[in-house]
Structures are given as C-alpha cells and as structure tokens.
Design a protein around this ligand. Sequence first.
Ligand code: 5GP
Length: 120
Amino acid sequence: PTQPYDNANIFAKILRGEIPCNRVYEDEWALAFEDINPQAEIHTLVIPKGAYVSWDDFSARANAEEIAGFVRAVGMVARDKGLVEPGYRLLANTGVHGGQEVPHLHVHLFGGQPLGPMIL
Ligand code: 5GP
C-alpha cells in the first residue's frame, strides 16, 4: 500500500465500537452505516472489517473470502434498502486525486433519488 494502515482512523474506531455509528448492516466481513454528512436521500458507507487503507490496498492484499464477503455485503445493503429496482450508485474514492478523506476502505452507496449523470 501507498501508506501504512492507521489504527486511529475514524472508521477503525467505529469498527472497535469506540465511537458510535448509525449501523444498517453487519456481518463477518463488513459493516455498513449511514454517512454523517449525507449527499443524497440515501448515503450509506460500507466498509470491510479488515484493516485496509483503500480500494488499492484491499484489491491487492485481501484474500478471496474477504473480497467476496465485502462485495456481497455491499449488494445486500442495497437490496435491504430496496434500491435494486430504482437503482443506485457506488463510489470508492481512492488516494489523493480521488479525494479520499478517511484511510479505511469504504464504498459509498447513494440512492433514494434520481442521481443524474455521473459527475466528478
Ligand atoms: P471519503 O471522502 O473518504 O470518500 O469519504 C468519507 C466519508 O465519511 C464522508 O462522506 C464523510 O461524511 C464520512 N464521515 C466522516 N467521518 C464520519 C463519522 O465519524 N461517521 C460517519 N458515519 N461518517 C463519517
């Protein structure tokens, strides 16, 4: 990875239960909770339970079980929220150019409204 994993990042603290979150889904591989500053009617974050900085780190180091578990969890959250028929958007900001602020991999799940064309 481009940077070592920082155990003090805010999502690590959420995973350890040190700070609260509005949890919507949890299993062996993933935790999902509502974004504290929502950018759409539905704005949920899904994070792997393992210590991965980013999409790059996860895709390079995670084992097949972790990857499958995480990908399935993202789909599960979208289904649980009834987003399959209307549709939704996934986003994983990565690194400096990606504008990633929290250095624990998270996938943004947006929905609940027409999101329009993809914007940067
Ligand atoms: P990034 O820019 O890293 O892709 O997105 C980080 C996201 O985490 C932002 O949408 C921000 O609102 C959200 N966020 C930051 N701190 C917290 C927090 O303490 N709790 C929750 N639920 N979301 C947070």
